[in-house]
Design a protein around this ligand. Structure first.
Ligand code: G1P
Length: 282
């Protein structure tokens, strides 16, 4: 399976730290977000991953690369897991010349992907799902006939509607919606539902033609949501709910909470977190 990981976004929601470091390198405990994303893609069966980077994203490439200053990367215990992941998959990089939106970033991978269905995982979103979220989407894709793109959705509160792609669809079986309309980050009163796109997709190559037909929005960015809307007029597109949890790390409050939650699951850090909660929670 080929997987595209867009990681070219500017991280505006997380300034100032993202002024000089990629948001995909924000640490969650002791691993950068992109580590979890690549790990998920590999456990879902990715054999080839292309990460779409841009200006200021060199740290992402360095992370998965050999570091001669650290000696033999496989020898350091802390790096064993990373080494094991990189042995199981080939990682490629394509640079998006300008930040022109998620659809444009994915389009950069069109030659890499060719004429086959492929997965997309956002570089700033961690999914903790069993089976892995992309594997769940691929199963749905197969069950729906292998001709229709599938994307993950979850109910979002009113306050978050403006942050996500919102989907209106016809529920054809429990948790499976045939997409009728998608709107990127609508105002609450214009939102067609409360079902938000969470940033995992299993797409047909038809998306590339749809992106070509999609005009940029007022900010000059071409939105994947708009391209999927275009695609849904030519092919069926399904939005599906999933088992598990996703963490949108580009959001500061969610990043903080995720660090606490993941540290609580780490036996070496759990008591430190509980001590801090006792001390500051009063
Ligand atoms: C992107 C997509 C949006 C989706 C969101 C999920 O937005 O454009 O449709 O709901 O990811 O996190 P971004 O977070 O890049 O602004």
């Amino acid at each position: 399976m080929k997987v595209v990981i867009p990681a070219a976004g500017l991280g505006r929601r997380f300034l100032p730290v993202t002024k000089s470091m990629p948001k995909e390198m924000l640490p969650v405990v002791d691993r950068p977000v992109i580590h979890y994303v690549v790990e998920e893609a590999v456990s879902a069966g990715a054999t080839n991953i292309v990460i779409i980077t841009g200006r200021g994203k060199r740290a992402v490439e360095d992370y998965f690369d050999h570091n001669p200053d650290l000696g033999n990367i496989g020898e350091a215990r802390e790096l064993e897991e990373l080494e094991a992941i990189t042995r199981r998959v080939s990682i490629y990089y394509i640079r998006q010349r300008m930040p022109k939106g998620l659809a444009n970033a994915i389009y950069c991978a069109s030659h890499f992907v060719g004429n086959e269905p492929f997965g997309v995982l956002l570089g700033d979103t961690i999914n903790v799902c069993s089976p892995p979220l992309l594997a769940q989407l691929k199963s749905r894709f197969d069950a729906l006939g292998g001709q229709s793109s599938v994307l993950s959705v979850e109910p979002v509160p009113d306050t978050k509607v403006k942050d996500y792609g919102i989907v209106r669809g016809r529920e054809v079986s429990p948790g499976v919606f045939e997409v009728e309309q998608m709107v990127e980050k609508p105002r609450l009163e214009e939102a067609p539902s409360r079902l938000g796109t969470t940033g995992a997709y299993f797409l047909t190559p038809g998306i590339f033609r749809a992106i070509e037909q999609t005009a940029p929005d007022a900010t000059g960015e071409t939105q994947l949501t708009t391209a999927l809307n275009t695609l849904s007029r030519e092919e069926k597109v399904y939005a599906v709910t999933f088992q598990g949890r996703r963490y949108d790390i580009g959001d500061r409050a969610i990043w903080l909470r995720t660090n606490i939650e993941f540290a609580m699951k780490n036996p070496a850090l759990r008591s430190a977190v509980l001590d801090a909660c006792r001390e500051y929670g009063r």
